[in-house]
Write a protein that binds this ligand. Structure first.
Ligand code: DHB
Length: 556
């Protein structure tokens, strides 16, 4: 357009200058004036266009600031800090859509990156600085690059600067910016940002290890389980995220609060029989009974197999949980923890003269039976018992009479868990309007931009007569890592470290166990434990965590 205008103008100027008649000249002058005006408008248009060019994502390697972190043991760790970089170009909430990156001395282009999210309670979390007391400080000490992105959450708001009739938003109105799936979109955008600048930033974006606790554990599991899935693509595009991949190398998930559309039924399936549920509010118990009854069909639909290949069913699941709890308690006992029998445990010294359970299992056998099964005389068995044997890697048990946990009474144990912290009401998550329940954080998480809270499960929506819109269903789907593992489309992280405290009742044991088994069944490398005596918490046992991280990054 601009080019044509200039050529046209030159032609008119040519005619005026070289001998055209007066009338023609006047006409031409008018035309010339119009064409000049058009040319100016075209030029101005081009200028406006230049201003409208989308802002670019930026990383300036020269802004780094040298700092020192003093670790709990007094060791000083030097690193360079790069802070406050926007990871999207269409920034909706400048308080949260930034990332900080910390590069320890000695890092190279090949150094893995620990990406820690501080999301908790599905709330907004700003980008933060590394802390000596958690995995971020430890990662810097171990020589890893640390990335801490912020993300919007259910409580983050901005004031609308203009009216958007289509979205039903008025200028000046408070807008909730972080309702689902905003948080995972921000974190995926942050991963893409690290890839975008991988060449100019130290650290290897192909070796990102995500880490988070609780709702942050859910975010970590989502980052690990939704890599490059096309359902998130248009949303990320609209935000102005980098056009890059967003799969990661590994995910560390402490007590992930996930599978929100089935967590209520799993919770009641496990805790329905506890004294506190049975003796509590009758309306709540009625809800608990109904939800409990829904879990077996859901479990069946998952088609999960235990590590030995057996199909997991509602009939054998409690035994599997028992097995996992005994495994966790035995590891702690071997490390010197006192495991009281008041919690429901039985020890080998009471049952079988101090003999260990065969194959580290939980079945109680007599010394003679054990000797028969192992094709040994009792004398030979005695000799063998005095040596170390490898029961189940990586646990080495030194076999001594009385050391072995051989059984656990599950009702006693579950009552103990509930005694350490009262159960959530039923439903535990989609609470709003059911059995007198008020809106939970999750009801807000799936609510709208105006700050509404909504039901998000079929069960609770049916109870309250509310509508589960397609939009709510899709948001729930995008927030559940279980939907993408093994789907043949998504690039799921190859390495997983999942911990849920053995006395954490914020969600029920089947939720993290299902996640771990689904990943294992899909061929992923999974390190799972119901960590002994841990309540709802994260970033613990850092020696063990970093031993695992060091092993996976070295390919061992
Ligand atoms: C968190 C804890 C919960 O019990 C829950 O329902 C959601 C989130 C948390 O600690 O992040």
């Amino acid at each position: 357009m601009k080019k044509v205008a200039v050529h046209g103008t030159a032609y008119v100027v040519f005619l005026i200058t070289f001998g055209a008649g007066n009338q023609f000249k006047n006409d031409m002058k008018r035309i010339l004036t119009w064409m000049l005006a058009l040319a100016i408008v075209a030029g101005a248009g081009a200028k406006t266009k230049a201003v409208k060019t989308p802002p670019q994502l930026k990383f300036d390697p020269t802004i780094g600031e040298t700092r020192t972190l003093t670790m709990p043991d007094g060791q000083e760790v030097n690193y360079t800090a790069y802070e406050g970089m926007f990871f999207v170009t269409n920034v909706e909430d400048s308080a949260y859509q930034t990332i900080n990156v910390y590069v320890p001395e000695g890092a190279t282009q090949q150094t893995p990156i620990l990406l820690r999210t501080y999301v908790g309670g599905y709330m907004a979390a700003p980008a933060q600085q590394p802390k000596a007391s958690d995995a971020t400080g430890r990662a810097l000490k171990e020589g890893y690059v640390v990335a801490i992105p912020g993300s919007r959450g259910r409580n983050s708001t901005v004031v609308a600067t203009r009216t958007d009739k289509k979205a039903g938003i008025k200028k000046g109105q408070t807008i909730y910016t972080g309702r689902a799936p905003a948080a995972i979109l921000d974190l995926k955008a942050a991963i893409r940002y690290l890839r975008q600048f991988d060449d100019v930033m130290l650290g290897d974006a192909e070796k990102i290890i995500t880490d988070g606790t609780s709702a942050g554990g859910a975010m970590s599991s989502l980052m690990g389980a939704t890599g490059n899935n096309p359902a998130y693509e248009p949303l990320l595009r609209a935000m102005g995220a980098a056009q890059q991949r967003d799969d990661v190398f590994a995910s560390v998930c402490y007590c992930p609060i996930i599978d929100l559309d089935h967590a209520d039924m799993a919770y009641e399936w496990l805790y329905n029989g506890t004294d506190s549920r049975q003796q509590g509010d009758t309306d709540v118990l009625a809800v608990s009974n109904e939800l409990k009854a829904q879990f077996p069909a859901y479990l069946k639909s998952l088609n999960l197999h235990m590590p030995d290949g057996t199909l997991l069913t509602a009939d054998n699941y409690l035994d599997y949980i028992k097995h996992e709890l005994i495994r966790a308690a035995q590891i702690a006992k071997n490390a010197g923890a006192d495991i009281p029998d008041s919690l429901g445990f039985k020890f080998s010294k009471e049952e079988m003269g101090g003999m260990p359970p065969i194959n580290g299992g939980v079945k109680s056998v007599s010394k003679q039976e054990l000797a028969n099964q192992m094709h040994l005389s009792e004398n030979e068995l005695d000799k063998m018992m005095s040596r170390d044997i490898q029961v189940r890697p990586p646990v080495r048990l030194h076999l001594q009479p009385g050391d072995y946990i051989i059984d656990l009474d599950m009702p006693t144990y579950l009552n103990y868990v509930v005694s350490t912290q009262p159960l959530k009401t039923a439903p535990a998550f989609d609470t709003q309007g059911v059995a007198g329940g008020r809106a939970s954080g999750e009801n807000e998480e799936f609510g709208g931009k105006s700050g509404s809270s909504v039901n998000f499960t079929d069960y609770s929506a049916a109870k309250t007569g509310s509508l589960l819109t397609d939009e709510i269903r899709e948001n729930v789907r995008l927030m559940n890592p279980m939907n993408f593992i093994g789907d043949g489309v998504t690039d799921v992280a190859p390495h997983w470290y999942i911990r849920h405290g053995a006395r954490d009742r914020d969600t029920s044991f089947p939720v993290p166990i299902n996640l771990a088994l689904k990943l294992q069944n899909a061929g992923k490398d999974v390190n799972f434990l119901l960590a002994w005596n841990r309540p709802h918490s994260g970033d613990y046992a850092l020696d063990e965590l970093f031993e695992w991280i060091n092993s996976i990054v070295k390919g061992k």
